[in-house]
Write a protein that binds this ligand. Structure first.
Ligand SMILES: [Zn+2]
Length: 720
């Protein structure tokens, strides 16, 4: 009897396809195979096997079973769950899971080593080569360069047998962690928390803990002890640590390396493909026991995942908003459940969703006490911009400038925080009043002085800044409105010409290495004033930083989306928490036009509980997350009439269900993007409603024309 293999392909197809299993191939669920689709051969994964019933039409056979490691059953289950939850095709998360398996293998590199044989004759050039070869493993060309001689000298020594060429792997090796090393000294609060976490990990089985502690309370030290316990309890156990920013990775890796005398594997977009493949194989084979990575690391094929840590769990960058849409923190909890693993969510400003779960007893809640080594949080002062405004065309108020001057005089550091990239968020013509927008889009163009361009942050469109108005033709009439980080940097340089000023934003740093260099320069005291977007508000430890100035504390409050207040509170609490660690007291100055706003008052009082209580009450009344569920359906198309008609038809087709309300169709707040018009439905549901199933049922009732795109976003964060 022959068998049929169901093969899932890593693309947006509604389901797995059936293929015949060739005689003797002996497939198993999870195997990677090559399968034909039309004229192409694709890598896919076997997700089911069954006996073929007679009489069916013949199926195409699986082309080949690949040599690569199979995906564990729990990984397949997770992929399936994630796709169903996100109301998307299972091939989408599978594509993320296979990213490492599809990456090219590394080619071994040639290095030269001394064989111990003495050269037939000795020359100064040959001596230099042998000295350089003794210290490092270099390629023949690099060795010649290091010794300052011609390539011929090195070749001569190789030909003579004094040096030998060897092929080596330069990729990470995943050394075993040293579990005998003692951990750092913990204070009582940390030691108690570490013990509870270690017990939870040793008990095995799924459980979730919120590790809740102010900035600097030593959360990392505490969860490192849970990692040690997990690895010690089971020689095959694996641990995943998720971080919101690549810029944070190196600091965390350094702490793991110091703790276990072995570098963990790294997984994010900056990891080169051959190293990625290596990590993928290390994870699938179980050799690699600790992975530190970005949200996509959640889809790696762990053989025996025992512990997942989501650091800075409140961070909005855990939400993936393009392609396969998911919230990595929420999916981490699901993966933990499927794997029977412990999950630790760590934050100084936990999300409302997580706090609600902790309050309701679904998560264990561990609170860490006083800051490590310091008694007090920084002083937070509100600067009322109505009373002490900056000079015209400036953004730093007199009280903030004064504080910066004092800080500089003491040889300490200032962080100016503005969550807005570029030079100016808006450029308009003072002759005709026209705002510069991207073509086909409603969003404003942001001026970038580093590149001399106007950039649309939504679509990536950019153009050189024109010297005359494209609308009325007036010359030199374009003016920059409002501040971005680049403009604040310019102002800081003008105010303090002798200070060393730097900018930290995604436009001025192109990769993780550059981000790391800047963080190190700040740690080493080589920067006096750092102007930064939100990237710098995350987890770094700058010992000489004692002043944080928040240039526009009102910015988040004007966003008008569900999480605006929460996000502002989190960002500001993290930014002010940066100041004055170790033995120097810190100060934070928040510039605001609305000092009476509850978010500002809660920040000033540093009263997180007051802020959260008010915010929770508002959400509960309106049945919004975490008290209800929210989903968005976004339709886009180029033809307004066709889009309008389809949106109306879709509204008609919405299933009736108890506890579900459908709002819309409305123009999306940015109704025009890349020449496509956008309409949006918002769906609110009670907590006990399966919103994913509702949206899947709704989608099944309609058939959009080919020119209309439909995107479903469960628990939307961005209301663009
Ligand atoms: Zn004009």
């Amino acid at each position: 009897m022959s068998r049929i293999a169901s093969v899932l392909l890593p693309m947006r197809l509604p389901e797995a396809f059936d293929y015949a299993e060739p005689e003797g191939m002996d497939l198993a669920v999870g195997d990677q195979v090559a399968a034909p689709l039309g004229p192409r051969l694709l890598r896919g994964v076997v997700v089911g096997l069954r006996e073929a019933a007679g009489g069916n039409r013949p199926l195409k056979p699986v082309e080949a079973k690949l040599d690569d490691l199979p995906l564990p059953l729990t990984t397949l289950e997770f992929i399936d769950w994630a796709a169903r939850y996100s109301v998307d095709a299972p091939g989408q998360p599978l594509a993320i899971a296979l990213r490492g398996a599809r990456a090219p293998k590394a080619k071994p590199e040639k290095v030269v080593e001394p064989t111990g044989a003495a050269p037939a004759r000795s020359t100064p050039a040959r001596e230099k080569v042998l000295a350089a070869a003794a210290g490092a493993r270099l390629s023949p060309a690099d060795l010649a360069r290091a010794a300052g001689v011609s390539a011929g000298v090195v070749k001569g020594l190789i030909d003579e047998g004094v040096l030998a060429v060897r092929l080596v792997e330069t990729l990470p090796q995943f050394p075993a962690p040293d579990l005998a090393r003692p951990g750092p000294a913990l204070n009582d609060s940390q030691a108690a928390a570490a013990e509870i976490l270690a017990d939870a990990v040793r008990a095995r089985g799924f459980n979730v803990t919120l590790l809740d502690g102010v900035t600097g309370s030593g959360k990392t030290e505490v969860y490192l002890e849970a990692v040690a316990a997990a690895l010690a309890a089971d020689p095959e156990a694996q641990v995943l640590v998720m971080l919101p920013e690549i810029a944070l990775t190196q600091a965390v890796i350094a702490r793991f390396t110091a703790r276990f005398d072995a570098a963990p594997a790294e997984w994010h977009s900056d990891v080169a493909p051959p190293a990625r493949r290596r990590v993928w194989e290390g994870v699938a084979s179980g050799r690699c026991r600790i992975v530190v990575g970005a949200r996509s690391a959640l889809f790696l094929p762990f053989k025996k995942l025992a512990l997942i840590i989501v650091d800075e769990e409140h961070d909005t960058s855990y939400k993936q908003e393009e392609g396969f849409i998911y919230q990595a923190r929420d999916l981490a909890v699901v993966r933990g459940k499927i794997e029977g693993a412990s999950v630790i969510l760590a934050s100084a400003t936990p999300s409302l969703e997580t706090l609600r779960n902790a309050e309701a007893g679904r998560y264990r809640w561990l609170k860490l006490g006083a800051r490590h080594g310091v008694a007090e949080l920084p002083d937070v002062e509100l600067v009322d911009l109505r009373e002490t405004p900056p000079e015209t065309g400036r953004w730093l108020s007199p009280p903030l400038v004064r504080a910066m001057r004092e800080t500089l005089a003491r040889g300490e550091q200032t962080l100016l925080f503005l969550n807005r990239r570029g030079y100016a968020p808006l450029v308009l013509c003072k002759a005709c009043g026209e705002r510069m927008c991207a073509p086909d889009t409603d969003s404003w163009l942001v001026e970038h002085r580093y590149s001399g361009r106007l950039v649309c942050h939504l679509t990536g469109f950019s153009m050189p800044k024109p010297d005359k108005c494209p609308h009325c033709g007036a010359k030199d009439s374009l003016v920059s409105i409002g501040p971005g980080v680049e403009r604040v940097e310019e102002e800081a340089r003008a105010l303090f010409p002798d200070a060393r000023v730097a900018v930290f934003s995604s436009d001025t740093m192109f990769d993780a290495r550059e981000a790391r260099r800047l963080v190190e320069a700040m740690e080493g005291g080589e920067i006096d004033i750092l102007v930064a977007t939100q990237a710098a508000a995350k987890g770094h430890n700058f010992p000489m930083l004692t002043l944080v100035g928040v240039v526009d504390a009102d910015l988040g409050l004007r966003g008008g989306d569900l999480r605006a207040g929460e996000r502002t509170y989190q960002l500001l609490a993290q930014a002010t928490g940066r100041a004055g660690r170790h033995d120097r007291p810190g100060r934070a100055l928040l510039q605001t036009y609305a000092p009476e706003h509850p978010v500002m008052q809660a920040l000033k009082a540093q009263d997180r509980d007051d802020f959260l209580a008010a915010e929770m009450a508002e959400r509960e009344i309106s049945g919004l997350p975490p008290f209800g569920r929210l989903g968005a359906v976004i339709l886009s198309g180029e033809d307004p009439a066709q889009l309008e008609a389809f949106a109306r038809a879709m509204a008609q087709a919405a299933p009736n269900a108890e506890g579900v309300e459908v709002y819309g169709p409305a123009d999306a707040p940015l109704a025009l993007v890349r020449g496509r018009r956008r309409k949006r439905f918002l769906v609110r549901a009670d907590r006990n409603v399966d919103l994913s199933a509702y949206l899947a049922a709704w989608r099944a009732r309609v058939k959009p024309p080919a020119a209309i795109r439909m995107t479903i976003d469960i628990d939307p964060y961005s209301f663009l």
